[in-house]
Design a protein around this ligand. Structure first.
Ligand SMILES: *Cc1c(COP(=O)(O)O)cnc(C)c1O
Length: 391
């Protein structure tokens, strides 16, 4: 089952399948970027992105994959010799530490097994031992592991100790609550292509006033650069939002505008509830099928993606290819590093968290594994998921 249009159903760790409305948004006329209609649309996108971050401060909508926002934040806030605390519960956290070290920071790392969440008490202890920590890096939802870190607790600890915090909230954005101001975060990065359900191509960045001060005071912070937050501050935000620092990705903004309209018509709380319900349904389904969840503690589980341990003796890549070829359903492996072969991932971000999609994802995984001889209780899993979705 393969067509030019790809899989019939896409339940991956992102990019996700977008809604009809977002697709129509992406297909709107590509206007001159100073056409008043487009300029207003850009402002509307910025304003609503700020609402998703729950910030009254500045947001920068950067053109490029979400990584560009993380790199802008890391390069902007890190100074050689600075003591930084990096919290690692998966591959994105691990990579962030590599960046900090490359930038000359003295990095203290707290690493937990990649199926667990960071314990806020360990962050408190790190500050007790190293009161000179000035920067904290942490991932909100570790997408390759399907886990979630307690940013609501970690952010205020860092703030209390006078450290700046950079949060990779790429796959949490719009699916899990983020309170940039209340939690005392400084640079928080969201992505367009995960729970928001838009196309990949935008990095959504919330920047606190403290972060702006630190960026300005850092001679190493990028300036006159594609990854410069300060360029956006000086040339766009503080200059009255008349001229962009460089050409913006008109089609991607058009798409994000449509996805944000859909999100706000539904309501943020309803979106959080929808993602959580889909996660709960997948978790109940996996357990009832007799399979093992990668993250066993429900409180530490991502709301956007469910990671399932690969049964012994099974090559997940073969099963994924079989599910795609035979049933037209696309699911993910762990995608990066040691996670790649450790898990299957059922993505339920954006439109994939709606309706009975979690049941289809579970059916595909369950039946796919049974085709490989794994004794999976597919029916029991679907019943359990339906129970959650119907409650
Ligand atoms: C998706 C994602 C990113 C962006 O990186 P990709 O290159 O799209 O994988 C960054 N961090 C997290 C946690 C993500 O889920």
């Amino acid at each position: 089952m393969s067509t030019d249009h790809g899989a019939t159903f896409t339940y991956t760790g992102g990019p996700v399948a977008v809604s009809e409305r977002t697709r129509e948004g992406l297909g709107r006329p590509v206007l001159f970027e100073y056409d008043p209609v487009y300029l207003q649309r850009f402002l509307d996108v910025e304003r609503r992105v700020a609402e998703v971050f729950h910030t009254t401060g500045d947001v920068v909508v950067m053109m490029g994959e979400a990584i560009v926002g993380l790199e802008a934040g890391a390069k902007g806030l890190t100074r050689p010799g600075m003591k930084a605390l990096n919290l690692v519960s998966g591959i994105f956290g691990k990579w962030f530490g590599d960046w900090l070290r490359d930038l000359g920071a003295e990095v203290i790392e707290i690493e937990v097994p990649w199926n667990e969440a960071i314990d806020p008490a360990s962050v408190e202890r790190a500050f007790a031992e190293h009161p000179d920590i000035r920067l904290v890096g942490v991932v909100h939802s570790e997408t390759p592991s399907g886990s979630l870190n307690p940013i609501a607790e970690i952010g205020p600890i860092a703030r209390r100790h006078g450290a700046l915090t950079i949060v990779d909230a790429v796959s949490a954005f719009a699916g899990t609550p983020i309170h940039h101001d209340e939690w005392g975060l400084d640079i928080t990065v969201g992505g367009s292509q995960k729970c928001l359900g838009a196309a990949p191509g935008l990095a959504l960045v919330a920047v606190s006033d403290r972060a702006w001060e630190a960026l300005r005071a850092n001679p190493a912070a990028p300036r006159s650069s594609y990854i410069s937050l300060l360029d956006w501050k000086d040339r766009w935000i503080d200059a009255g939002r008349q001229k962009f620092p460089h050409t913006t990705s008109v089609a991607d903004i058009n798409g994000a505008d449509a996805a944000l309209s859909e999100l706000f018509e539904e309501g943020l709380d309803a979106s959080y509830a929808r993602h959580r319900r889909a996660a709960n349904a997948c978790r109940a389904g996996v357990r009832a099928m007799g399979l093992d969840l990668w993250v066993t503690d429900d409180a530490a589980a991502s709301h956007g993606v469910t990671a399932v341990k690969v049964p012994d003796g099974i090559a997940n890549g073969d099963v994924i290819a079989h599910i795609r070829a035979k049933y037209g359903v696309m699911i993910s492996d762990g995608e990066h590093g040691p996670m790649t072969e450790a898990v299957f991932r059922l993505g339920h971000m954006g439109p994939a968290s709606r309706s009975l999609h979690p049941v289809v994802a579970l059916a595909a995984l369950g039946k796919g594994l049974r085709d490989f001889g794994v004794p999976v209780q597919v029916g029991a899993g679907l019943e359990a998921a339906l129970e959650v979705l119907g409650s």
